[in-house]
Design a protein around this ligand. Structure first.
Ligand SMILES: [Zn+2]
Length: 296
C-alpha cells in the first residue's frame, strides 16, 4: 500500500514536471527561444499579445546576431500587465514608487533595474503585432545600450540619443521582420510632428534638464520621442550608419558622452545639433530656434 502511494506520487511529480517543461504558459511564464525574454504575464493578458511579444524578442535577437554578431548576455524578464491598474501595481512593486506616483505614469513601457521590463497592458500599442514588436524591441534595445556601455549609459547618455536610438533600432527590427521599413517609421514620426501643427520646439527639447524635463516636453505635446527618432536617423544617415551608433554606446563605457559623441561621429554634439536644426527647419518649414546648448 505504502509503495503504491509512493509510485503514484512519483507519477504525479513526473506529470507535473512534464507539463512545466512542455508548456511554460501553464506556469504563468512564457519563454522565447533562444531565451532573450522570460515573459511574466498578469492574468487576463491575451495569448495573441504574448505571441507577438515573443515574436518581438525573437526578431530582436535574430537581427542583432545576424547583422552585428551581438547577443543580449542576460535573459530579460518582461512583466506584461493586463491593464492600467496592473501597470501601476508593477511600478510600485518593482521600482518602489508610491501608488500616488504610479497614477501619474504616462509610459507604454519601461526598462528598469534588475534586467527587467514593465509593459503597460492598457496601451493602444497592444492592438497590433507591428506596434507590439516595436515596443518590445525599443525596451530590449535599452538593455543592449546598457550592455554596450558596460552599465555606464543610461542617465549619463543624451536622452534624445538614448530614446531616439531605441526607436531607430526598434524600427530596424520591424524592418527585419517585414512589418515596417525604417523610412516608413520615420515618416510616421514626422507626420505626427507635422499633424499637430506645433512647430517643433527643438531648442526647448534640447535644453530640458534630465528625464523629468523630457517628460514635461512630452506632456506639452512637443513629441520628444518622434523628434529624437528623426534626429537619430539623420545622424545615422550622415555620420557613418547604424554601426556607428553602436560604436557610440561602446565608447560610453570608457569616456563621457560629449567625448564619445565627437570621437565616434567626428563633430561635436553642439555642432551636430546646430546642423540638424537647420536641416529640420528646411524640412518642416517654420522657425526653429537654432541656438542649442549642451544640456540634454
Ligand atoms: Zn525608452
Amino acid at each position: 500500500m505504502k509503495n503504491r502511494k509512493i509510485s503514484w506520487l512519483r507519477l504525479a511529480l513526473a506529470l507535473f514536471l512534464a507539463v512545466c517543461f512542455i508548456s511554460p504558459v501553464s506556469m504563468g511564464i512564457v519563454q522565447s527561444s533562444p531565451a532573450v525574454l522570460t515573459i511574466v504575464p498578469d492574468p487576463g493578458v491575451p495569448d495573441i499579445v504574448l505571441k507577438h511579444i515573443t515574436t518581438g524578442g525573437d526578431l530582436f535577437s535574430a537581427m542583432f546576431k545576424e547583422k552585428y554578431g551581438l547577443n543580449l548576455e542576460k535573459t530579460v524578464r518582461l512583466i506584461m500587465t493586463a491593464d492600467r491598474k496592473g501597470y501601476e501595481a508593477a511600478h510600485v512593486r518593482y521600482r518602489g514608487i508610491t501608488p500616488e506616483q504610479a497614477t501619474r505614469l504616462r509610459s507604454n513601457g519601461m526598462s528598469i533595474k534588475n534586467n527587467t521590463i514593465l509593459l503597460n497592458g492598457a496601451s493602444d500599442r497592444f492592438r497590433s503585432e507591428q506596434r507590439i514588436v516595436l515596443l518590445v524591441a525599443h525596451e530590449l534595445f535599452h538593455k543592449m545600450q546598457v550592455q554596450l556601455a558596460e552599465g555606464k549609459g543610461g542617465a549619463r547618455d543624451y536622452v534624445w540619443l538614448r530614446e531616439g536610438g531605441c526607436n531607430y533600432f526598434a524600427a530596424m527590427v520591424g524592418e527585419y521582420g517585414g512589418l515596417i521599413t525604417v523610412d516608413q517609421f520615420v515618416q510616421e514620426q514626422l507626420n505626427t510632428v507635422k499633424n499637430t501643427g506645433i512647430t517643433p520646439a527643438l531648442n526647448r527639447l534640447l535644453k530640458h534638464k534630465g528625464p523629468d524635463g523630457w517628460y514635461k516636453v512630452r506632456a506639452d505635446g512637443l513629441h520628444p520621442y518622434e523628434n529624437a527618432t528623426v534626429m537619430v536617423k539623420y545622424l545615422a544617415d550622415n555620420y557613418g550608419g547604424h554601426e556607428k551608433l553602436l560604436s557610440y554606446w561602446k565608447a560610453l563605457a570608457k569616456v563621457d558622452r560629449a567625448t564619445a559623441f565627437s570621437q565616434t561621429f567626428g563633430l561635436s554634439h553642439d555642432q551636430f545639433l546646430a546642423e540638424f536644426a537647420k536641416y529640420y527647419q528646411k524640412l518642416l518649414g517654420g522657425s526653429i530656434p537654432v541656438s542649442v546648448s549642451e544640456t540634454l
